[in-house]
Design a protein around this ligand. Structure first.
Ligand code: ZN
Length: 485
């Protein structure tokens, strides 16, 4: 019905057109003024021509198209296309289109008319780009006064002052007046400021992710990374796996054909859409026939860590390798010919070749008991860890600032940088590991386990994680059974 009203509204223009020129030529004649509208007409007309070939189904498609146009009419003044296009086609087809439309959508003429009369509400969504300022964004839209008033609200709107590229601001206007703005701070937080007759109100919206757990299983024929990719794991999850099990398994050297893993991890959803991966909840890695299992657990102090079934942290008191991006250039060998001295000399440590300046990390929590030149070792640091263990780091280019004998260091803390001080053929770290004063091979020594949870904490741990380990076990065994078939 409203369709007819609109027809009347636009009729004079179209009749004038008809008098001057035949239909198709007319379009070109009006190109400069109504080009976009004519383009749309052509599209619709094409659809209708198809409709006239096969009447029933395409007519419904057309009605869908018109529905969307009618809806947009209440917001913006582009009501022309559906009407004009109907005038350009044969009466028979118009009839079928009208019929299908009225049966398909049953429009409410009054509401649509009312929408057209009332001030239009429009929303403009602006993505903030580098260099954009709040005042520029508002003054481009002639809302300097509004911005002033909004910022005068004080603390509640102060986040507006910290906009940064990638965020979006929605400007909602009613007629030409600002109705509200909404700043999306991040996927979970937004700030909405609504203007009405009484002034401004500020709303802080917060949502949270919907967490769903997912499982994956893979066997490894080349690397952990490729195996993870092959079952659709993101880099983030693969990296987490490597970190959790990296204390027990050297993923560069220890991986064997047929190693496998199972992982239960989280995927984070917002409004039904998967946004990103969360954390690993539990995982099993089988390396050379030996199974390692870990579960994520938050203790009573709120500390989060991964633990084995018996309540030991997966994190060991010692790093296996105190330098990243290094390769073993010389192993532990009690009968090695010294490369500089050219004599048989025991090599009681491991050499890691690395670029000069590569950071050296403390293998474990400890105390510096030596810092300084030590003969052929050059610049050297020795750390004491508890009563039994000590580690030595030699040939350093320099030490980390502020470290001296007696300083306490944390595991992973950078204590110095790779160099070639002392008797060295090139930049490398010479690393030694001693237990009760005896040199041990850092590559093969059985590193001590982390302290287990205390008894009460262990009970709580077992109670809360048992189900997760069972879930992991069930999942692994079913997948292995499937794999074997
Ligand atoms: Zn060495």
């Amino acid at each position: 019905m409203n369709w007819n009203k609109s027809y009347v509204r636009h009729r004079p223009l179209l009749e004038a057109d008809y008098k001057r020129k035949p239909r198709l030529k007319k379009r070109q004649g009006h190109r400069p003024a109504v080009m976009p509208i004519l383009m749309l007409m052509i599209v619709i007309l094409t659809g209708v021509v198809i409709a006239s070939v096969s009447l029933k189904k395409p007519a419904i498609e057309k009605s869908t198209l018109e529905t969307s146009n009618l809806v947009s009419m209440t917001n913006e003044i582009i009501a022309l296309p559906p009407l004009d296009s109907s005038l350009l086609i044969s009466p028979a087809v118009v009839g079928s289109a009208v019929n299908s439309k009225s049966s398909a959508i049953k429009p409410q003429p009054d509401s649509i008319l009312a929408g057209a009369i009332e001030a239009k509400i429009t929303t403009e969504s602006v993505t903030i780009r580098k260099g954009d300022t709040l005042s520029a964004l508002f003054s481009q839209r002639r809302y300097q006064t509004e911005l002033h008033d909004i910022l005068a609200l004080g603390h509640s709107t102060s986040k507006l002052r910290e906009i940064h590229p990638g965020q979006t601001i929605d400007f909602k206007t009613k007629g030409s007046a600002l109705a509200s703005i909404k700043l999306v701070l991040d996927p979970l937080h937004s700030l909405e400021i609504i203007k009405d007759a009484n002034g401004y109100s500020v709303l802080e919206h917060q949502r949270s992710f919907d967490r769903r757990s997912k499982m994956a299983f893979a066997t490894i024929d080349s690397s952990l990374y490729l195996a993870g990719q092959s079952v659709g794991l993101s880099d983030k999850i693969i990296m987490q796996l490597a970190i959790i099990f990296g204390w027990d398994i050297d993923f560069a050297l220890d991986i064997r054909n047929g190693d496998r893993f199972s992982v239960i991890y989280e995927q984070l959803y917002l409004e039904g859409q998967q946004v990103k991966d969360g954390v690993i909840l539990a995982a099993e890695f089988v390396n050379a026939g030996r199974s390692y299992r870990a579960v994520r657990y938050t203790d009573t102090n709120g500390n989060i860590d991964y633990y084995s079934e018996n309540g030991h942290s997966m994190r060991k008191p010692f790093l296996r390798t105190p330098v990243d991006f290094a390769r073993v250039s010389s192993g532990f060998n009690l009968k090695r010919r010294h490369p500089v001295l050219n004599t048989i000399r025991a090599h009681r440590g491991v050499d890691y070749a690395a670029a000069s300046g590569t950071p050296i990390k403390a293998a474990g929590d400890g105390k510096i008991i030596h810092r300084g030149n030590k003969g052929g070792y050059g610049r050297t640091i020795i750390l004491q860890h508890g009563s039994q263990y000590s580690t030595l780091y030699a040939h350093m280019r320099r030490y980390s600032n502020h470290l001296k004998v007696g300083s306490r260091v944390k595991q992973g803390q950078i204590i110095g940088y790779v160099g070639s001080s002392g008797l060295a053929t090139g930049p490398h770290l010479h690393y030694e590991f001693r237990i009760n004063g005896v040199h041990r091979n850092p590559l093969t020594v059985k590193l001590p386990d982390a302290q287990p949870l205390a008894r009460a904490a262990l009970q709580r741990f077992k109670g809360e994680t048992q189900e997760r380990f069972v879930q992991l076990e069930l999942f692994s065994s079913t997948r292995i059974a499937q794999f074997a078939q």
